[in-house]
Unconditional design. Structure first.
Length: 483
């Protein structure tokens, strides 16, 4: 499926475009065939060296840009929601883990069918490690999926949970941890992630006497990272930055905490620059957990109660008093189907969805049983850090099987056509259902009204350098959050 050399690849592209040393000149967009896109995306991921992978990514991005598909910030749409110039829908932010190309294609097919423009592709810091998808690769895959499915318009790509590890922060490794986050932010922005969720909520200290004291480290670090983002964002781009009040899966948030966070953050950001643009949204806790709540037999609990009244109040205050798009709901993909139409009613501006799509792949009738058994055996040997003392075997497997996605990535991508089509169809149906419930149908004109996709020069050499980046052993073992 992959191209074997840069010459073979550039020759294959010739009917559609001329590949020069510094640019790709599209001569016949109609000649960009599905098979060509498939091979370019595969080469972007599985090409045998960095030169081949990086050049393939550069060509994919160039062809996508020529088709009107460009990475974009959702900041201005959320500011319009904060002014009540737009609204009535909740933007799904979809973490693509397993069978990334097929999953991303299914997202785009659902969006096209509904004329939806307000949706986000995202990947968390921890997911980059265990799914073995660095930012430039991830961007090429989702842009390639949009190109393959005939999408046109701004595409929102987000760094989810750019998160501080509390244990490392409170150790002699603090500077190394913060430097690692800054390096990730630079890498994500360079890849076209113009939406970044800063998560320093791991450092909220509920033992402190007052709310400002509890949030002090959280707001100051979030302000530091926001200023860093503003320094490194491209000209003409205002990266959409999200903050987080408290740890999702812990104590539910309240309005007093929102005020303490926002007032502390805004004050801290002013000290770092008088004209720095702040947040566009705020993540809160309303009763969910990342990955869902797991029964002893490995099934999901369906009796999760979300504090929708609090979500509605936090969203209203975020808009009316701070001009944000609203509050963000995390950890929601495993909720029961009847829960989703409540989020637009509550005024949530964004909802993060991940684990259930991974579950759908593993549990699909067309997913090979022998492959699943092999992956589970790998998990038992290599993902023991996920096992907690009270876990049943089924709970351990459910929580740890995400760690097998990276090592088995090429095997999963290479499933037989029948299996891939069936899994893709099931995912498309689920995405269509969710997008309908979240009321993002016909949001393409709203996005077009408020959002302008930037024209950023594409750098072949930068893609090649990024393609040489490796996933470290520590990254593969990461235990950070993803919804």
């Amino acid at each position: 499926m992959t191209f074997n050399s840069v010459k073979e690849m550039t020759d294959a592209v010739k009917p559609a475009a001329t590949v020069l040393s510094d640019r790709v000149s599209v001569t016949d967009a109609a000649a960009v065939t599905p098979d060509l896109v498939d091979r370019l995306v595969w080469t972007s991921v599985f090409g045998h060296d960095a030169d081949l992978r990086g050049t393939a990514r550069w060509i994919v991005r160039s062809l996508a840009a020529a088709a009107g598909i460009r990475p974009t910030s959702i900041h201005d749409l959320y500011m319009a929601m904060g002014r009540s110039d737009a609204g009535g829908f909740t933007v799904p932010a979809i973490n693509v883990r397993a069978m990334a190309y097929e999953t991303a294609r299914a997202v785009v097919r659902a969006a096209k069918k509904l004329n939806a423009g307000a949706f986000i592709f995202e990947i968390a810091r921890s997911e980059i490690g265990y799914t073995e998808q660095r930012p430039h690769e991830y961007a090429a895959v989702v842009l390639g999926a949009a190109l393959r499915e005939g999408f046109s318009g701004p595409l929102f790509i987000q760094g989810d949970h750019v998160q501080t590890n509390a244990k490392k922060y409170n150790s002699p490794d603090r500077d190394k941890e913060l430097d690692g986050l800054r390096a990730l932010i630079k890498e994500e922005i360079a890849a076209g992630f113009y939406n970044i969720d800063i998560d320093t909520s791991t450092l909220v200290d509920l033992d402190k006497a007052t709310l400002p004291e509890q949030q002090e480290v959280n707001v100051n670090l979030a302000a530091d990272f926001t200023a860093f983002i503003r320094k490194h964002e491209p000209d003409g781009v205002t990266v959409s930055v999200g903050g987080e009040i408290g740890e999702v899966g812990g104590k539910n948030s309240d309005v007093h905490e929102l005020h303490a966070y926002m007032e502390g953050f805004n004050d801290a950001l002013k000290k770092r620059g008088t004209n720095l643009v702040g947040l566009s949204k705020i993540s809160v806790q309303t009763g969910t957990a990342h990955g869902g709540f797991i029964n002893a037999d490995g099934t999901l609990r369906m009796d999760v109660k979300i504090d929708l009244k609090t979500l509605e109040e936090l969203s209203r205050v975020a808009r009316q008093e701070y001009g944000l798009g609203g509050a963000v709901q995390h950890g929601a993909s495993t909720l029961p189907p009847e829960a989703f139409d409540a989020f637009p009613r509550a005024g949530a501006c964004e909802i993060h969805l991940a684990t259930n799509f991974q579950n759908m792949v593993y549990e699909h009738g067309q997913f090979p049983a022998d492959l699943k058994a092999e992956m589970y055996a790998w998990v038992r040997e290599h993902a023991t850090e996920e096992r907690k003392p009270k876990d049943t075997e089924e709970q351990f497997i459910y929580k740890a099987r995400k760690k097998a996605i990276g090592p088995f990535k090429q095997t999963m991508w290479a499933l037989e056509d029948k299996a891939r089509r069936a899994i893709g169809q099931s995912l498309e149906e689920q995405f269509t259902f969710l997008m309908t419930k979240l009321k993002i149908g016909d949001t393409a004109p709203v996005v077009s009204r408020f959002v302008r996709a930037p024209h950023i020069a594409l750098d072949r050499e930068a893609e090649i350098v990024a393609a040489g980046g490796k996933i470290t052993a520590a990254e593969k073992k990461a235990e950070g959050l993803a919804d």
